[in-house]
Ligand binder design. Structure first.
Ligand SMILES: C[S@@+](CC[C@H](N)C(=O)[O-])C[C@H]1O[C@@H](n2cnc3c(N)ncnc32)[C@H](O)[C@@H]1O
Length: 373
């Protein structure tokens, strides 16, 4: 750092000090501040202690420094030497010393190395433009996701924000090719936009705004692009050779800060659910703290009729769950004092199969988990 002069601004985020370019910078190698995407992914990072972590495309260093609080050692890479200068300065100002900064193209600075946690907020914007290092070059994203498997230890996680082109009625199909063998995947679909919505979102205001939007739309038309999705994608390197699982979830809200707590629950939940019905019945399940239930009860034919309930949780990756009115009573019984099998036995016999399916769904969605003993 000695001898370099960096004219940057300092942004504060979650107790970190991050050096970045001013908002109005037009440099192609601009180092952005803490964008909403960076905040989202920082929140989604699992809060587990790890020995080794990797931040790919570190920019101001926000994800590397967030992980450095729970990792013994972090390697942070970027192709942009200016970003690394900024990020080193961010680490210094934030009092963080366990990050190693390396320059190079994606995984090339970590050839042959494996990590327990990888984070990457790649330049994912799908567009004809190529000049901005932090934003353009979305075609690289699929390769960055696929190659993660070669850099994860068994049980290790890689977390990405992605955008991708898909058919309007099927956002999952293209992503199946992105998941590398040997990895389970979780995809939380946040949104899909039509090309006109997408271009309006990403083309910045300015005198050439309309011309640029028109150029983007022409480019989409030429390629037959009708829909662009946005999601959080997580890979977990399997510890065995079992069949890889792909869990796809639809978000109804944006992820909240500390959503990584929910990510950990989703992982534990899919593990428990995959062990089969007997394992579920044997678990003493409890609704997790932070769950909010909204439902309407109507008076009909002289009796109270509970309508379906919507469950949300904070912190959240953005998903919600629906509990049918006739199974609402079961939800109150999931308090961790009894095995699920005993709770199901209290239901009318015609509701037990549906009750078991609901419990599995709530476990997979991280609304319910085995009570701590
Ligand atoms: C969207 S920014 C994310 C920055 C930071 N991680 C954050 O979340 O704010 C993408 C980053 O990827 C870097 N990048 C672009 N192409 C790259 C490449 N081929 N290899 C490594 N990093 C690259 C950019 O320089 C930029 O810092």
């Amino acid at each position: 750092m000695a001898g370099t002069t960096i004219a940057g601004v300092i942004e504060e985020f979650d107790g970190l000090r991050l050096v970045c370019d001013p908002d109005d910078s037009r440099r192609p190698d601009v180092v952005q501040g803490v964008t909403s995407a960076a905040q989202t992914l920082a929140g989604l990072l699992v809060p587990r202690p790890v020995r080794t972590a990797l931040d790919l495309g570190t920019g101001s260093g926000v994800l590397a420094l967030t992980m450095a609080r729970r990792a013994q050692h972090v390697v942070a890479c970027d192709i942009n030497p200016r970003a690394l200068d900024f990020a080193r300065r961010s680490a210094h100002l934030s009092g963080i010393r366990n990050v190693e900064w390396r320059q190079g193209d994606w995984y090339s600075p970590v050839r042959g190395q494996r990590f327990e946690l990888i984070a990457c907020n790649p330049p994912y914007v799908v567009s004809p433009e190529t000049q901005l290092l932090f934003r353009d070059g979305s075609e690289a994203t699929a390769g960055v996701v696929r190659t993660a498997a070669e850099h994860l230890v068994a049980g290790g996680l890689a977390e990405f924000l992605i955008n991708w082109v898909h058919e309007p009625d099927d956002w999952i199909a293209p992503l199946r090719d992105w998941i590398p063998p040997g990895c389970d995947a979780l995809v939380v679909h946040h949104a899909t936009m039509r090309p006109d919505q997408y271009a309006q979102t990403w083309v910045p205001a300015g005198p050439d705004h309309d011309t640029r939007v028109a150029r983007w739309l022409e480019w989409y038309r030429e390629r037959g692009i009708k829909a662009i999705g946005a999601a959080f994608l997580l890979l977990r390197r399997r510890e065995d050779d079992g069949r890889a699982r792909l869990q796809t979830l639809e978000a109804s809200t944006r992820p909240t800060p500390r959503a990584g707590v929910h990510v950990e629950r989703l992982l534990r939940g899919t593990d428990l659910a995959s062990r089969g019905d007997d394992a579920l019945r044997a678990a003493a399940l409890a609704v997790v703290d932070g769950v909010r239930v909204e439902h309407t009860t109507r008076r009909r034919a002289g009796a109270w009729q509970p309508g379906p309930a919507t469950l949300r949780v904070v912190p959240t990756v953005g998903v919600q769950a629906v509990v049918p009115g006739d199974l609402l009573a079961m939800l109150w019984d999931l308090d961790g004092t009894r095995q699920l099998g005993a709770v199901l036995a209290d239901l009318p016999s015609e509701n037990r199969a549906e009750g078991l399916a609901l419990a599995r769904r709530l476990v997979e969605l991280g609304f319910v988990e085995p009570a701590a003993r």
